[in-house]
Design a binder for this molecule. Sequence first.
Ligand SMILES: Nc1ncnc2c1ncn2[C@@H]1O[C@H](COP(=O)(O)OP(=O)(O)OP(=O)(O)O)[C@@H](O)[C@H]1O
Length: 344
Amino acid sequence: MSLVVKNITKCFSDFAALNDVSFQAEPGEFLALLGPSGSGKTTLLRLLAGLDQPDTGSVEFDGADYLKLSARDRRIGMVFQSYALFRHMTVAQNIAFGLNVRPAKERPSKAEIAATVQRLLKLIQLEDLGKRYPSQLSGGQRQRVALARALAISPRMLLLDEPFGALDALVRKDLRRWLRKIHDETGVTTIFVTHDQEEALDLADRVVVLKDGQIEQIGKPLELYRHPQSAFVFEFLGTSNEVPATVSDGVASFDGFTAPAVSPKALSGAQTVRFRPFDAQLSPTGPGFEAKVLSLLPAGSSLRLELQTPDGKVFETQHAHESEASDLKLGDTVFVRPSKVYVF
Ligand SMILES: Nc1ncnc2c1ncn2[C@@H]1O[C@H](COP(=O)(O)OP(=O)(O)OP(=O)(O)O)[C@@H](O)[C@H]1O
């Protein structure tokens, strides 16, 4: 086991930013810490980095008590959202920084440092830009340099705090693929903080979902998506539509039709059930929830619809282009039938 976090609590005055948090990361694992603003992600990362101390709990890495080690001795590479590059240094000097500031005894030779910088420039695909200054780079390029600088010290662990948060959506997606590739090549245990569920599900081996300083659920992306343990996780991981139903023995009954009901607990009786946009069927006649088409949006290989019921409730549904939905126009009336629902 590489990282073992046990029963960590951290309070600011009497407010618990982290409350009894425990999780583990395997050697070389890519873990995402996912949660809304204020859920404690950055606080947790700062404790791992040694920038702050918890009130209670323990952090072990490869069997060593990390809370007893200074930030420097933990040998952690960090990348933050804001490009924390040194403006007066070139790209190459920025990458070499962590090696150049080592005490003489531990510092590699100039030639070794130059070779490391060259290897990392190649890894981040900026081989020809070593002599540039940060102001001469795009935002995405600066974050790649920040990552190279973090990797230069051969870190035991990489901590990334919303590293792509300041970049636009397309660049983010690109850098995501790139980061995963670099991770697979270097094999460094990586903890990645994000509030973007798509980023977490796309990148990580496992995702730790945080809410109000506590862990809601830990799991592989598909596991979380298919078996959410709470309404919070279900809603945080994607669009959710809510309707009332009567639930019994894993089946939700509506007015004139039924749908399988997935639940972490054996629930029955009158319940609010939730369904995903792609777990919905449309038809021109009932049974179903009557709704009018508010918007039609082609989204990649599918079609996204917003539908409004007569009492003002809005559903979001998603369908294949060749499905019944492709004949619809704005203002048409349709009947929505969830084909699978979740109950919490
Ligand atoms: N130094 C501090 N003093 C007082 N409260 C703090 C301090 N640092 C964090 N907090 C509080 O702890 C809670 C968790 O903060 P944290 O920054 O860890 O959240 P986060 O999940 O990283 O949020 P975001 O996505 O907005 O960065 C917040 O309510 C925050 O206001």
